[in-house]
Ligand binder design. Sequence first.
Ligand code: FES
Length: 56
Amino acid sequence: MYVCLCNAVTDKAIRKAAASGCHSLAQLRCELGVASQCGKCARQAKAVLNEATTQA
Ligand code: FES
């Protein structure tokens, strides 16, 4: 599923980034470009990140 349409970032990509040490939205933005354009995905991206980091 795409989380960020502007940058074509999937939930899978976010989980992968979380597994390799990305633990904040700012870090995700640096790594994947999430929420760097329209910003609509920020909430969803954070939710996926939280889920991934609490499951790890
Ligand atoms: Fe992510 Fe627009 S959908 S910045």
